[in-house]
Design a protein around this ligand. Structure first.
Ligand SMILES: [Zn+2]
Ligand SMILES: [Zn+2]
Length: 381
């Protein structure tokens, strides 16, 4: 990466260099340093260590107070890469399996281009760490992202395997789900598997509770709304002839509106407690609110749609919100903005050890960022 010169960069090579050297959430030291160096080389004012290893680059031209923020996430995942690509991760057990290397390359390509364009106002580029652990956006906001840097409106994007390549999914309103989680411990009374009547079996109790949970989405959530209740982990017991004392489970709950979240937050714990108590066991759990849903604001979503159309970039027909989640949601609670989904074509899904970012997306996505920024910063107030 040291051979990079400040101009005439091959952003595919840059993306692949980032891919080779992934860094986990909260440890994006070299990635942040590379971004900061490039931005400085193009004339941006650069602030490092914003909310951890976050980097903010600003560029002001003209006298207009207008501003726009564009955000890329920069962190990788604790996954052992299995793509066999020549530029595969050289850090064992760490991989850019969510395409954040691509998002970073896209925003850098737009940064280089925008530095050469005339505009009137301030461009604020946000390189966010720690998205995968849900900490980065909150940390950057707490560190003054919106008070230290001018951001009237904010945009972000995510590439998406399984959606048509180079086609955009742009919606007003919900675009990605909110997520909460529950860590559950069911406490019974252990004993001999041959004498169940002398025990309180936590395995039987949790089995009934899991079956009962399926009724929350079916019977408590408005049929016009979407929600997910998934038990993704369950552990208890060691031997066939021992009834364990406890069983542990982890749940993910997803929603697209506060009303739905309130129903999940009320009904799921109540059902768990009630069913488990019915078997004489106890349910200890923590309910953790995670990300809110990503709720796009109408006007910015409209501008992004118009920009894509004006550039002849195709839209995904019948695009519907994703049930994954994104901490970009926290930015949209502070400022108007929109989060855009970019189809990546066929390929392994996000977070798969075989996921491969589609480099063909870099040029059109950077062009859309550029267009959107220039649209926002062209008018005089
Ligand atoms: Zn991810
Ligand atoms: Zn991601």
């Amino acid at each position: 990466m040291t051979s990079l010169t400040p101009t005439r960069i091959d952003f595919t090579a840059l993306r692949q260099a980032l891919h080779r050297a992934p860094e986990l959430s909260g440890a994006e030291v070299k990635t942040a340093a590379l971004i900061a160096d490039l931005l400085r080389g193009w004339g941006y004012q650069v602030t490092e260590r914003v909310g951890g290893h976050g980097v903010v680059g600003t560029l002001t031209k003209g006298a207009s107070p207008r501003s726009i923020g564009l955000r890329a996430d920069i962190d990788a995942l604790p996954i052992a890469e299995a793509t066999g690509l020549p530029f595969a991760s050289q850090t064992p057990g760490v991989m850019h399996a969510c395409g954040h290397d691509g998002h970073t390359a896209i925003l850098l390509a737009a940064a280089e281009r925008l530095a050469q364009e005339p505009f009137d106002g301030t461009l604020t580029l946000i390189f966010q760490p720690a998205e995968e652990i849900g900490a980065g956006a909150k940390a950057m906001i707490a560190d003054g992202l919106f008070t230290r840097f001018p951001i009237d409106v904010i945009y972000g994007l995510h590439s998406w395997p399984g959606l048509p390549e180079g086609h955009w999914g742009i919606l007003p309103g919900p675009v990605m789900a909110g997520v909460d989680k529950i860590d559950l411990t069911v406490r019974g009374k252990g004993g001999h598997g041959a004498a169940p009547h002398e025990t309180v079996d936590p395995i039987v109790a949790i089995s009934h509770a899991i079956a009962a949970l399926q009724s929350v989405v079916a019977r408590n959530i408005d049929p016009q709304e979407a929600a997910v209740v998934t038990v993704g982990s369950i552990h208890g017991g060691e031997a066939s002839n021992v009834i364990p004392e406890t069983v542990e489970a982890k749940l993910t709950l997803r929603h697209f509106s506060t009303q739905t979240r309130d129903v999940l937050e009320a009904r799921v714990p109540a059902l768990l407690r009630g069913v488990i108590a019915g078997f004489g066991a106890e349910a200890d759990f923590t309910y953790q609110r995670g990300f809110p849903p990503v709720l796009n604001h109408a006007e910015p979503a409209k501008r992004a749609l118009a920009a894509a159309r004006a550039m002849g970039q195709p839209l995904i027909e019948g695009f519907r919100p994703r049930t994954a989640s994104e901490d970009f949601a926290f930015y949209l609670a502070e400022r108007p903005g929109a989060f855009l989904i970019l189809g990546a074509g066929e390929g392994a899904p996000l977070h798969s050890p075989r996921f491969a970012f589609n480099d063909a997306l870099i040029a059109p996505a950077a062009a859309l960022w550029t267009r959107l920024a220039l649209d926002h910063l062209k008018d005089t107030p």
